[in-house]
Design a protein around this ligand. Structure first.
Ligand code: FAD
Length: 432
């Protein structure tokens, strides 16, 4: 039997981009041929929690579009890529039968499911080395833990300490390489389509506030349009509580969540905008919101699995009634509040809901319907196109009063509707 060729692997997970991808640049600098891999993990598409899937049709379609776009972009810079459907560890084992895998380059993770998956691969490939990068973060841990000893409970404390000396690293620049045809020919990519992943094809809702497609190519266009062509960034603070249409907020969340957009790139684009058009409250506010995203990542880094537990990171008793009927009425937009119902219809039909809506429906679920907040979070996890483990569980804990808001406030949906949907435009759109 001929000796196996030594290679490195870049394992793409939630870092689905070529711009500012540390793992990609690092592997390119090694003196060894390499292969890029993405796995649609079959277990992940089967699993259920509180009866909900871990990923629903909206995010699956978006992810599929993202991976196909990545494939095209990698092709252009000469990087061999395979996409597979199956159990991740077995796929790595299959690759290991053809090649001697020296090092796997991937994103650093610290949440339950992601760590479990990496551990499984480690078990199958005990001699392979690992090189992990913090590619989902805007702020590097070295910088953050120089400013604070540990993640504080209150966002304001975190923000103020970070803002004082904020340092965001430069972007990583990948480059074109000479393609090595031997590598791809040994293992074939799978044809991936929605049906294979357990979903029927579907059309996007015509009123969706998020009609975009997945992938780095699409988000770079979106960023350019939102910042520079239409200069929406300059009025972001005034529009960000809107609920209808494409431009009340950046809509970057879904791309940030699967890593087809780097938060570091967004930061530098904001700075470019400020240099060209001037800074104001709005340009500051987008960085402020990105700090919220960052904050929840540092919260989960510190508290690990506590973010999935009913008592949250505060270890507080959370009282709830377990009523499946009530949960179903919330999901199907059949509560006593028309404002809540409109929002729940929007997320069910489109996979997206504004931040204003999310705050309200989550507060209603926890404080007025008195249900287990983890069920609401699990429904969001299945349904949201922009689901991100840190932001979703961080925000749900916050609203439920077991997280980073010790004040434990309740939104009044009537007052909120009056303030944010005084002319009924939003409710008329989603209550038909
Ligand atoms: C109960 C609940 C669950 C949520 N679940 C998620 C989730 O799974 N994934 C997710 O990305 N966001 C989540 N959010 C946060 C927020 O609602 C969305 O990030 C935002 O609505 C996305 O729209 P945008 O990209 O246009 O935001 P913009 O207003 O344009 O903000 C820019 C970016 O800042 C970040 N950001 C803004 N608000 C928050 C926030 N409250 N927490 C963390 N990051 C924020 C996002 O990355 C966002 O893309 C949740 C909020 C609540 C109340």
């Amino acid at each position: 039997m001929p000796e196996k060729q030594n290679i490195n692997i870049i394992w793409f997970t939630n870092n689905l981009r070529i711009k500012d991808n540390e793992s990609l640049v690092k592997i390119q600098q090694e003196n060894l041929p390499f292969l890029a891999v993405y796995v649609f993990d079959s277990d992940f598409y089967q699993e259920r929690q509180f009866g909900f899937r871990k990923i629903g049709k909206f995010r699956t379609q978006f992810l599929l579009e993202t991976v196909l776009d990545l494939e095209k972009n990698l092709e252009q810079i000469g990087v061999p890529f395979i996409k597979k459907f199956g159990k991740t560890a077995e796929i790595f084992q299959e690759i290991g039968e053809h090649f001697e895998i020296e090092t796997i380059f991937c994103q650093e993770e610290w949440t339950r499911d992601e760590i479990r998956l990496q551990k499984k691969v480690e078990t199958f490939l005990p001699t392979t080395g690992w090189s992990k990068s913090y590619s989902q973060l805007m702020l590097l841990p070295d910088f953050v833990f120089h400013q604070i000893e540990k993640t504080p409970i209150q966002f304001t404390t975190f923000r103020q300490k970070i803002e004082k000396h904020i340092t965001v690293r430069e972007e990583f620049n990948s480059f074109k390489i000479e393609k090595n045809p031997n590598i791809e020919s040994k293992i074939k990519s799978d044809e991936i389509h929605l049906k294979l992943l357990g979903f029927e094809d579907f059309e996007k809702h015509p009123s969706s506030a998020f009609p975009f497609s997945g992938g780095e190519t699409e988000v770079l266009k979106r960023l350019n349009a939102y910042f520079f062509e239409h200069q929406n960034l300059g009025t972001y603070k005034e529009t960000r509580n809107g609920m209808i249409g494409l431009d009340y907020s950046s809509k970057f969340s879904a791309w940030l969540a699967n890593g087809s957009l780097s938060p570091v790139s967004v930061y530098h684009e904001i700075k470019k905008y400020e240099a060209e058009f001037g800074s104001n409250d709005s340009t500051y506010w987008l960085v402020f919101e990105l700090l919220w995203r960052e904050f929840f990542k540092y919260v989960s880094m510190q508290h690990r699995d506590e973010i999935f537990q009913i008592r949250g990171i505060l270890g507080k008793t959370y009282h709830y009634d377990a009523d499946e009927n009530i949960v179903q009425r919330w999901i199907h937009g059949k509560t006593d509040s028309d404002f809540i119902n409109a929002n729940m219809n929007e997320i069910r039909e489109t996979g997206f809901m504004s931040n204003r809506g999310r705050q309200n429906v989550a507060s209603y679920f926890c404080k007025i319907l008195n249900q287990d907040w983890r069920i609401g979070a699990a429904y969001f996890e299945e349904t949201l196109i922009d689901y991100d483990v840190h932001s979703n569980y961080g925000n749900w804990m916050y609203v439920a009063g077991v997280g980073n808001d010790p004040r434990n406030r309740t939104f009044n949906p009537e007052k909120q509707a009056e303030q944010y949907d005084n002319d009924f435009q939003y409710r008329n759109l989603w209550l038909q």
